[in-house]
Design a protein around this ligand. Sequence first.
Ligand SMILES: Nc1ncnc2c1ncn2[C@@H]1O[C@H](COP(=O)(O)OP(=O)(O)OP(=O)(O)O)[C@@H](O)[C@H]1O
Ligand SMILES: [Mg+2]
Length: 249
Amino acid sequence: MNQPIIELKGVTKSFGPVNVLKGVDFKAYEGKVTALVGDNGAGKSTLIKGLAGVQPYDGGQVLFGGEPVHLHHPKDAAKHGIEVVYQDLALCDNLDIVQNMFLGREETRVGTFEEGRMEVEAAAALQTLSVKTVKSLRQKVASLSGGQRQTVAIARAVVKQAKVVILDEPTAALGVAQTAQVLSLVRRLADHGVAVIIISHNLQDVFKVADDISVLYLGSMTARIATADTNPNDVVGYITGTKTMEVAS
Ligand SMILES: Nc1ncnc2c1ncn2[C@@H]1O[C@H](COP(=O)(O)OP(=O)(O)OP(=O)(O)O)[C@@H](O)[C@H]1O
Ligand SMILES: [Mg+2]
């Protein structure tokens, strides 16, 4: 197996007396979709917040492309091309699609926004992802469907040339057709060489899109397995703690 772009070794995180992450190992690879699953409160979001630099780990090691890195601030994560698409998406309803994609880092030239250039890049990002459902780039995000909003959030990561894209429950609020669209978008993102980490409670989605599955159970990584080598029944067992496996580091 080639080298993981992200590797966590024994990361820990506590809130007061509560140990939420108890020495977690985790790997993600370029060009692959890695699902992170586990029951409510297992520590998935806490693991992701550490990678995003918004809530640093207390201990353990983070390797990026094999090199130790410190992720103490969101800027550290951004510097390494790690982008998180949170469930609430953090899009601005009153802005249009292009403005949302470039939010906070508008292309400026002599003090004015280069609207034309941003529009071209936004269109290119959507084309890269073969997105055809968005009618106008100048549409306000408030008028988009849930799936389209998710699409804009994911395309924003493409615009930023992210190497690692983390999606926290991207399909939770979506209907059947939109879920299918977002999942195929996730697949295309990985096909472009991005390491995608997807948190999901929906095992049907996980089995459709993920190459590998990592299972958190009460703050410990209790399974890491190729999707092709397992089945939903077993994964439910790992999630609920009724089934265990040896996790090689
Ligand atoms: N800031 C915090 N302060 C105190 N406890 C916290 C904090 N953040 C998370 N926790 C606790 O850590 C545990 C793991 O939370 P986390 O949000 O990581 O779970 P999760 O796996 O993402 O769950 P869900 O599937 O419900 O989103 C929970 O018991 C939660 O109460
Ligand atoms: Mg969570």
